[in-house]
Design a protein around this ligand. Structure first.
Ligand SMILES: *Cc1c(COP(=O)(O)O)cnc(C)c1O
Length: 354
């Protein structure tokens, strides 16, 4: 079979997604299925929808356009604030976009008016993680101004934690979001349908038994695909952590010294060369590299260690066994490695049922 390849098990993704949507539904929380790590793969989007997600969340308009083109029939939510230069494309294909800037919302309204549409927005609030978000004190003003745009409808508010700074969603910041929702609704009348509390980093909070307040939506990607929560990357009970694996092929297999010989300067990618002398080791080279994966995001099978990677080569220590040329190694991978593998044209994507 062709290598390198991602082996994607739809049954396991379906199981993970159905399990989480059911558990969260019992807490009054709907799930937006996030496809951005899959390059907006339409088949995976369909699996998520079949498993019960309410809509599809994507960070790039190009991926949403591709899913629409492929016939994915769902409410589409653009998770990254639209670029001003893309507002026409956004109103044409996206039902709801996340927004934090009135200038952008104004342009979205103008674009929507040209085609007689009404575009939905979720206003994102900054609650400590310091990525996107309106400062809480400015929310009321932003809502008031947004309500003036004729072709915009405020669908809700949301926040995103556990991302840039790894701030944990907890009772305190989730209550803050709920209180903001209550305050907006009491000032402007009930206008917020959606109060979106966050991403896969919110699962501990959601299942902690804490009062969920006004929060009625989470946007989940990594937990559906990898069966882990993302604060500590602990496996979630009853979910598959191996729904997606990466297979690469060995192109060289030799006994080599464990440390380099000669005067050491920089490596190709500024990483540290090996300095621990472990004598002679069985070293293999796999035909895959940084262009295709994040080497730090690969989990090799027991007995194999990742030594390093350049653009096109991944070196591994295969322990006591020298593996044959042409044989394959299967890795588990994290979000960062998946993101790169999905976007690499050199890695084929194969559906499995193993
Ligand atoms: C990527 C993203 C998500 C999904 O995050 P996961 O950790 O994969 O669940 C949710 N919301 C926003 C705004 C995102 O950018």
């Amino acid at each position: 079979m062709t290598a390198p390849r991602l082996e994607i098990n739809f049954d396991k993704i379906l199981h993970n997604t159905a399990t989480l949507t059911t558990r969260l539904m019992a807490r009054g929380i709907s799930v937006t299925g996030v496809t951005k790590a899959t390059l907006g793969n339409p088949e995976i989007a369909d699996v998520l929808l079949q498993a019960g997600v309410q809509g599809i969340g994507e960070s790039r308009i190009e991926n949403i356009e591709a899913m629409r083109q492929a016939g994915v029939n769902a409410e589409m939510i653009l998770l990254r604030s639209p670029m001003m230069s893309q507002v026409d494309r956004v109103v044409a294909q996206v039902d709801i976009s996340h927004n934090t800037e009135l200038d952008v919302i104004n342009q979205l309204s103008i674009a929507a008016s040209k085609t007689g549409r009404v575009h939905g927005v979720i206003l994102m609030v900054e609650l400590g993680d310091l990525r996107e978000g309106i400062m809480p004190d400015d929310l009321e003003h932003t809502v008031r101004e947004t309500l003036r745009f004729p072709n915009i409808r405020i669908r809700g508010i949301g926040t995103n934690l556990a991302c840039r700074s790894g701030v944990s969603p907890d009772i305190q910041n989730m209550n803050e979001l709920s209180e903001l929702a209550n305050s907006i609704d009491s000032t402007f009348g009930p206008i917020l349908d959606i109060v979106s509390g966050g991403n896969s980093g919110n699962l501990d909070w959601a299942f902690s038994g804490a009062n969920i307040g006004r929060i009625n939506n989470l946007r989940l990607g990594e937990s559906l695909l990898f069966g882990v929560e993302t604060l500590h990357r602990e496996p979630i009970d009853g979910l598959h952590t191996d729904a997606i694996t990466l297979v690469a092929e060995i192109i060289e297999s030799k006994d080599k010294p464990s440390i380099p010989r000669g005067v050491i300067a920089q490596t190709a990618f500024g990483t540290r060369p090996p300095d621990e002398d472990r004598g002679t080791i069985a070293q293999s080279i796999l035909a895959i590299g940084r262009q295709d994966i994040d080497p730090d995001g690969l989990l090799p099978p027991t007995g194999i260690t990742v030594l390093g990677a350049s653009s096109d080569h991944l070196t591994v220590d295969t322990g006591t066994r020298r593996l044959p040329i042409g044989s394959e190694i299967t890795f588990q991978l994290n979000y960062s490695a998946l993101l790169r593998a999905m976007t690499s044209p050199f890695v084929s994507k194969v559906v499995t049922t193993r």
